[in-house]
Ligand binder design. Structure first.
Ligand code: SF4
Length: 276
């Protein structure tokens, strides 16, 4: 049984580990509190990068992927997160709600993978909607099969990370299967749910033209996809891998050049996507 703590604001780039050593393994997690409590890494109060307007972003703990380039490996395990009540999160959010509403923003839940704690994140989204806030989730879509209609109804926008179009590359990069993500993308398209696709451009891992082309061709016909955002790999998370003593395969990977980023954006545009 984890001990209830106070959620600290901060940055996704802060290293936070070992906050709840008694937490269950994320792959076995079964919420027995109907989402009343959950594990979080941190929250930021004025992000301009995680959905429209100025956003509060809550970073939850727990992820089933193991991306080789992950910027936040300290969000993989529930045991590294801070155990808090959903009410505490909502009380904090209420203080920012008038300002972020005025600035055309809202709440984004990222991670980690918010769907690892499905009931907890649903409860927070539902509370945010009651405050009149726009809601967004950043997700890999890997657990999309577990999302029900009531979850979809409290999320206005999906920031869907499609890391590769090639199952072999996807597995090499994430250690998981690609198919659930594509299935979830198709489901969101079938109901017209707004989506921004996010693609992390990692030289030597995801930048192959055929890989980009495959995502572009998959996404282009989807009318619900408002943007494809190409996100350049960076090394800001490298210190976390070192501090956590895990092998970091991207230690020598450089950030993409502006020429490479432009090539990839142009590939998406040529296929008919709104890309930036
Ligand atoms: S899905 Fe996100 S949080 Fe999970 S390992 Fe990949 S980059 Fe990291």
């Amino acid at each position: 049984m984890s001990t209830l703590q106070t959620l600290e604001s901060g940055s996704r780039h802060d290293l936070r580990v070992g906050k709840s050593p008694d937490a269950p393994d994320e792959s076995l997690f079964k919420d027995e509190t109907e989402g009343a409590f959950g594990y979080c890494h941190s929250y930021e109060t004025s992000s301009r990068y995680d959905g429209p307007g100025v956003r509060v972003v809550l970073f939850t703990s727990g992820c089933l992927l193991r991306c080789v380039y992950c910027h936040n490996p300290d969000t993989w395990h529930l045991k590294d997160g801070i155990y808090v009540s959903a009410q505490q999160v909502l009380d904090r959010l209420a203080g920012f709600a008038p300002a972020i509403r005025d600035l055309g923003g809202g709440l984004t839940i990222s991670g980690g993978e918010p769907m690892v704690q499905m009931a907890f994140t649903k409860r927070i989204f539902a509370g945010a909607k009651k405050m009149g806030l726009h809601t967004a989730i950043e997700t890999s879509g890997f657990m999309g099969d577990r999302v029900d209609e009531s979850y979809l109804s409290v999320v206005d926008l999906f920031l869907l990370d499609i890391k590769s179009s090639n199952p072999d590359t996807y597995r090499k990069v994430t250690a998981r299967d690609l198919a659930p993500t594509l299935r979830f993308a198709e489901r969101l398209a079938s109901i017209g749910k707004p989506v921004w696709v996010r693609f992390t451009l990692v030289p030597g891992w995801t930048d192959d033209p055929a890989n980009v082309e495959g995502i572009a061709k998959f996404v282009a016909p989807m009318k619900n996809v408002e943007w494809v955002e190409v996100q350049p790999f960076h090394q800001m998370g490298a210190f976390k891998w070192k501090a956590m003593n895990i092998e970091y395969k991207c230690a020598d990977t450089a950030a993409p050049t502006s020429e490479l980023k432009n090539r990839v954006i142009e590939q998406f545009r040529a296929a008919g996507c709104n890309a930036r």
